[in-house]
Design a protein around this ligand. Structure first.
Ligand code: IPE
Ligand code: IPE
Ligand code: MG
Length: 253
Protein backbone atom coordinates (compact mmCIF):
# COMPACT_ATOMS: atom_id res chain seq x y z
CA UNK A 1 0.00 0.00 0.00
CA UNK A 2 2.97 2.35 0.64
CA UNK A 3 3.91 2.60 -3.05
CA UNK A 4 0.24 2.85 -3.98
CA UNK A 5 -0.17 5.83 -1.70
CA UNK A 6 2.89 7.50 -3.18
CA UNK A 7 0.83 8.22 -6.33
CA UNK A 8 2.35 9.03 -9.68
CA UNK A 9 4.09 12.24 -8.77
CA UNK A 10 5.59 11.28 -5.41
CA UNK A 11 3.31 13.85 -3.76
CA UNK A 12 0.78 11.33 -2.49
CA UNK A 13 -2.07 9.58 -4.19
CA UNK A 14 -4.55 12.02 -5.71
CA UNK A 15 -8.15 10.95 -5.20
CA UNK A 16 -10.91 13.10 -6.71
CA UNK A 17 -14.57 12.66 -5.87
CA UNK A 18 -17.72 13.79 -7.65
CA UNK A 19 -20.01 13.87 -4.62
CA UNK A 20 -23.30 13.19 -6.38
CA UNK A 21 -26.69 11.99 -5.16
CA UNK A 22 -27.53 14.35 -2.28
CA UNK A 23 -30.89 15.37 -3.78
CA UNK A 24 -32.03 11.83 -4.55
CA UNK A 25 -30.93 10.66 -1.09
CA UNK A 26 -33.25 13.27 0.46
CA UNK A 27 -36.15 12.83 -1.96
CA UNK A 28 -36.22 9.09 -1.32
CA UNK A 29 -36.67 9.86 2.36
CA UNK A 30 -39.44 12.38 1.74
CA UNK A 31 -37.10 15.20 2.80
CA UNK A 32 -36.29 18.49 1.06
CA UNK A 33 -33.16 18.39 -1.14
CA UNK A 34 -31.30 20.62 1.29
CA UNK A 35 -31.43 17.79 3.86
CA UNK A 36 -29.39 15.74 1.39
CA UNK A 37 -26.81 18.50 1.07
CA UNK A 38 -26.60 18.72 4.87
CA UNK A 39 -26.08 14.97 5.14
CA UNK A 40 -23.50 15.30 2.37
CA UNK A 41 -21.40 17.59 4.57
CA UNK A 42 -21.24 14.87 7.24
CA UNK A 43 -19.99 12.47 4.56
CA UNK A 44 -17.25 14.96 3.67
CA UNK A 45 -16.05 14.96 7.30
CA UNK A 46 -15.97 11.15 7.38
CA UNK A 47 -14.11 10.86 4.11
CA UNK A 48 -11.48 13.45 5.06
CA UNK A 49 -10.82 11.53 8.30
CA UNK A 50 -10.46 8.27 6.41
CA UNK A 51 -8.30 9.87 3.74
CA UNK A 52 -5.91 10.94 6.51
CA UNK A 53 -5.86 7.44 8.02
CA UNK A 54 -5.26 5.92 4.59
CA UNK A 55 -2.35 8.26 3.86
CA UNK A 56 -3.87 9.83 0.75
CA UNK A 57 -1.80 12.87 -0.23
CA UNK A 58 -4.32 14.87 -2.25
CA UNK A 59 -8.10 14.84 -2.16
CA UNK A 60 -10.22 16.97 -4.51
CA UNK A 61 -13.94 17.23 -3.81
CA UNK A 62 -16.45 18.55 -6.34
CA UNK A 63 -18.82 20.64 -4.22
CA UNK A 64 -20.46 23.02 -6.70
CA UNK A 65 -20.09 23.08 -10.47
CA UNK A 66 -20.35 26.18 -12.64
CA UNK A 67 -23.44 24.57 -14.16
CA UNK A 68 -25.03 24.20 -10.72
CA UNK A 69 -25.89 27.93 -10.91
CA UNK A 70 -28.75 26.75 -13.10
CA UNK A 71 -30.52 25.29 -10.06
CA UNK A 72 -33.26 27.18 -8.19
CA UNK A 73 -31.89 30.17 -6.26
CA UNK A 74 -33.15 28.71 -2.97
CA UNK A 75 -31.13 25.50 -3.45
CA UNK A 76 -28.01 27.44 -4.46
CA UNK A 77 -28.38 29.64 -1.37
CA UNK A 78 -28.71 26.59 0.89
CA UNK A 79 -25.63 24.96 -0.64
CA UNK A 80 -23.54 28.10 -0.11
CA UNK A 81 -24.85 28.50 3.42
CA UNK A 82 -23.70 24.94 4.16
CA UNK A 83 -20.35 25.52 2.45
CA UNK A 84 -19.70 28.60 4.55
CA UNK A 85 -20.70 26.79 7.73
CA UNK A 86 -18.39 23.90 6.80
CA UNK A 87 -15.44 26.22 6.20
CA UNK A 88 -16.09 28.14 9.40
CA UNK A 89 -16.57 25.09 11.62
CA UNK A 90 -13.96 22.77 10.08
CA UNK A 91 -10.97 25.04 9.48
CA UNK A 92 -9.53 24.66 12.98
CA UNK A 93 -10.05 20.90 13.04
CA UNK A 94 -8.36 20.61 9.65
CA UNK A 95 -5.44 22.72 10.88
CA UNK A 96 -4.98 20.46 13.89
CA UNK A 97 -4.80 17.47 11.58
CA UNK A 98 -2.31 19.20 9.28
CA UNK A 99 -4.76 19.35 6.38
CA UNK A 100 -4.28 22.22 3.94
CA UNK A 101 -7.53 23.34 2.35
CA UNK A 102 -7.65 25.21 -0.94
CA UNK A 103 -10.62 26.14 -3.07
CA UNK A 104 -10.39 25.77 -6.84
CA UNK A 105 -12.76 27.32 -9.37
CA UNK A 106 -13.92 30.83 -10.18
CA UNK A 107 -14.11 33.34 -7.36
CA UNK A 108 -15.51 36.34 -9.17
CA UNK A 109 -19.14 35.19 -8.91
CA UNK A 110 -19.07 34.32 -5.19
CA UNK A 111 -20.62 36.52 -2.51
CA UNK A 112 -18.39 38.47 -0.12
CA UNK A 113 -19.31 36.25 2.88
CA UNK A 114 -18.45 33.12 0.86
CA UNK A 115 -15.15 34.65 -0.27
CA UNK A 116 -14.25 35.67 3.26
CA UNK A 117 -14.99 32.16 4.58
CA UNK A 118 -12.82 30.62 1.85
CA UNK A 119 -9.90 32.99 2.42
CA UNK A 120 -10.07 32.48 6.18
CA UNK A 121 -10.08 28.68 5.90
CA UNK A 122 -7.22 28.79 3.40
CA UNK A 123 -5.10 30.98 5.64
CA UNK A 124 -5.87 29.05 8.85
CA UNK A 125 -4.82 25.77 7.22
CA UNK A 126 -1.96 27.14 5.10
CA UNK A 127 0.75 25.17 6.95
CA UNK A 128 -0.96 21.78 6.59
CA UNK A 129 1.27 19.19 4.95
CA UNK A 130 -0.33 15.78 5.64
CA UNK A 131 -3.23 16.10 3.22
CA UNK A 132 -3.82 18.65 0.46
CA UNK A 133 -7.58 19.10 0.33
CA UNK A 134 -8.98 20.89 -2.72
CA UNK A 135 -12.64 21.88 -2.73
CA UNK A 136 -14.04 22.71 -6.17
CA UNK A 137 -16.57 25.55 -6.01
CA UNK A 138 -17.99 27.28 -9.10
CA UNK A 139 -15.67 24.90 -10.90
CA UNK A 140 -15.71 24.00 -14.59
CA UNK A 141 -12.82 22.08 -16.08
CA UNK A 142 -13.36 23.54 -19.55
CA UNK A 143 -13.32 26.98 -18.02
CA UNK A 144 -10.10 26.18 -16.08
CA UNK A 145 -8.41 24.94 -19.28
CA UNK A 146 -9.59 27.97 -21.27
CA UNK A 147 -8.31 30.33 -18.59
CA UNK A 148 -4.97 28.53 -18.33
CA UNK A 149 -4.60 28.75 -22.12
CA UNK A 150 -5.45 32.46 -22.04
CA UNK A 151 -2.92 33.08 -19.25
CA UNK A 152 -0.21 31.18 -21.14
CA UNK A 153 -0.97 33.04 -24.38
CA UNK A 154 -0.80 36.35 -22.52
CA UNK A 155 2.61 35.33 -21.16
CA UNK A 156 3.92 34.44 -24.58
CA UNK A 157 2.57 37.45 -26.45
CA UNK A 158 5.88 39.26 -26.50
CA UNK A 159 7.97 36.23 -27.34
CA UNK A 160 8.54 34.25 -30.50
CA UNK A 161 5.73 31.84 -31.42
CA UNK A 162 5.67 28.98 -28.92
CA UNK A 163 6.04 25.36 -29.90
CA UNK A 164 3.17 23.01 -29.12
CA UNK A 165 5.43 21.26 -26.57
CA UNK A 166 6.24 24.48 -24.76
CA UNK A 167 2.60 25.49 -24.77
CA UNK A 168 1.67 22.05 -23.42
CA UNK A 169 4.17 22.17 -20.59
CA UNK A 170 3.19 25.71 -19.61
CA UNK A 171 -0.45 24.69 -19.66
CA UNK A 172 0.29 21.60 -17.56
CA UNK A 173 2.24 23.77 -15.11
CA UNK A 174 -0.66 26.22 -14.81
CA UNK A 175 -3.21 23.45 -14.32
CA UNK A 176 -0.98 21.56 -11.87
CA UNK A 177 -1.86 24.26 -9.33
CA UNK A 178 -5.15 22.35 -8.99
CA UNK A 179 -3.62 19.27 -7.38
CA UNK A 180 -2.16 17.83 -10.61
CA UNK A 181 -2.76 14.42 -12.16
CA UNK A 182 -5.65 12.46 -10.67
CA UNK A 183 -4.90 8.84 -9.78
CA UNK A 184 -8.37 7.71 -8.79
CA UNK A 185 -11.63 9.45 -9.67
CA UNK A 186 -14.76 8.31 -7.84
CA UNK A 187 -18.31 9.35 -8.68
CA UNK A 188 -21.12 8.43 -6.32
CA UNK A 189 -24.82 8.53 -7.18
CA UNK A 190 -24.81 6.00 -10.01
CA UNK A 191 -24.30 8.35 -13.00
CA UNK A 192 -21.41 7.52 -15.29
CA UNK A 193 -20.16 10.88 -16.47
CA UNK A 194 -17.59 13.51 -15.53
CA UNK A 195 -19.83 16.61 -15.55
CA UNK A 196 -16.93 18.94 -16.44
CA UNK A 197 -14.67 17.86 -13.55
CA UNK A 198 -10.84 17.70 -13.85
CA UNK A 199 -10.93 16.68 -17.53
CA UNK A 200 -7.24 17.43 -18.18
CA UNK A 201 -6.02 16.11 -14.84
CA UNK A 202 -7.91 12.81 -15.23
CA UNK A 203 -6.32 11.85 -18.55
CA UNK A 204 -5.01 8.60 -17.00
CA UNK A 205 -7.12 8.46 -13.85
CA UNK A 206 -8.71 5.19 -12.86
CA UNK A 207 -12.47 5.77 -12.91
CA UNK A 208 -14.80 4.29 -10.35
CA UNK A 209 -18.56 4.82 -10.48
CA UNK A 210 -20.48 3.71 -7.42
CA UNK A 211 -24.24 3.50 -6.96
CA UNK A 212 -24.26 4.67 -3.36
CA UNK A 213 -25.62 8.20 -2.86
CA UNK A 214 -23.03 10.63 -1.49
CA UNK A 215 -24.61 11.04 2.00
CA UNK A 216 -24.31 7.24 2.44
CA UNK A 217 -20.64 7.13 1.39
CA UNK A 218 -18.60 5.95 4.37
CA UNK A 219 -14.98 5.53 5.33
CA UNK A 220 -15.21 1.86 4.43
CA UNK A 221 -16.53 2.76 0.97
CA UNK A 222 -13.37 4.81 0.51
CA UNK A 223 -11.30 1.83 1.69
CA UNK A 224 -13.13 -0.37 -0.84
CA UNK A 225 -12.43 2.17 -3.60
CA UNK A 226 -8.71 2.19 -2.71
CA UNK A 227 -8.72 -1.60 -2.68
CA UNK A 228 -10.25 -1.63 -6.16
CA UNK A 229 -7.68 0.95 -7.31
CA UNK A 230 -4.84 -1.26 -6.03
CA UNK A 231 -6.11 -4.08 -8.26
CA UNK A 232 -6.09 -1.94 -11.42
CA UNK A 233 -3.09 -2.13 -13.68
CA UNK A 234 -1.97 1.27 -14.88
CA UNK A 235 -0.03 1.29 -18.12
CA UNK A 236 0.01 4.90 -19.36
CA UNK A 237 0.12 3.66 -22.93
CA UNK A 238 3.15 1.42 -22.40
CA UNK A 239 3.34 -2.36 -22.04
CA UNK A 240 2.89 -3.91 -18.58
CA UNK A 241 6.43 -5.28 -18.43
CA UNK A 242 8.83 -2.31 -18.18
CA UNK A 243 11.65 -4.31 -19.85
CA UNK A 244 9.65 -4.55 -23.06
CA UNK A 245 9.24 -0.81 -23.42
CA UNK A 246 11.24 1.65 -25.42
CA UNK A 247 13.98 3.25 -23.33
CA UNK A 248 15.34 6.46 -24.83
CA UNK A 249 19.07 6.00 -25.60
CA UNK A 250 21.25 8.63 -23.96
CA UNK A 251 23.11 10.68 -26.53
CA UNK A 252 26.59 11.95 -25.72
CA UNK A 253 28.52 14.87 -27.13
C1 IPE B 1 -24.54 16.66 -5.65
O1 IPE B 1 -25.78 16.13 -5.40
C2 IPE B 1 -24.34 17.98 -4.95
C3 IPE B 1 -24.32 19.14 -5.86
C4 IPE B 1 -24.40 19.08 -7.15
C5 IPE B 1 -24.19 20.44 -5.25
P1 IPE B 1 -27.04 16.52 -6.29
O2 IPE B 1 -27.68 17.72 -5.72
O3 IPE B 1 -26.66 16.62 -7.72
O4 IPE B 1 -27.96 15.26 -6.07
P2 IPE B 1 -28.82 14.51 -7.16
O5 IPE B 1 -27.90 14.11 -8.28
O6 IPE B 1 -29.87 15.48 -7.63
O7 IPE B 1 -29.39 13.33 -6.44
C1 IPE C 1 -21.83 17.19 -10.55
O1 IPE C 1 -23.10 16.73 -10.21
C2 IPE C 1 -21.45 18.36 -9.69
C3 IPE C 1 -21.20 18.07 -8.28
C4 IPE C 1 -21.28 16.89 -7.72
C5 IPE C 1 -20.85 19.20 -7.48
P1 IPE C 1 -24.40 17.20 -11.01
O2 IPE C 1 -25.54 16.53 -10.35
O3 IPE C 1 -24.45 18.68 -11.09
O4 IPE C 1 -24.12 16.62 -12.47
P2 IPE C 1 -25.13 16.25 -13.63
O5 IPE C 1 -26.00 17.48 -13.85
O6 IPE C 1 -25.96 15.09 -13.16
O7 IPE C 1 -24.27 15.91 -14.78
MG1 MG D 1 -26.56 15.29 -9.25
Amino acid sequence: MASLMAGEQGTGLHVAIIMDGNGRWATRRGLPRVAGHRAGVAAVRRVVERALDAGIGRLTLYAFSSDNWRRPASEVQSIFWLLRAFLRLEAERLRQRSVRLRVIGRRDRLTQPALRAIEKAESVTADGSRLQLYVAIDYSSRDAITRAAAAVTENLLNRRPASADLLGSLLAHTLAANGGEVDLLIRTGGEKRLSDFLLWESAYAELLFVDCMWPDFSGSDLDAALEEFSRRQRRFGALPNPRENHVPVATHG
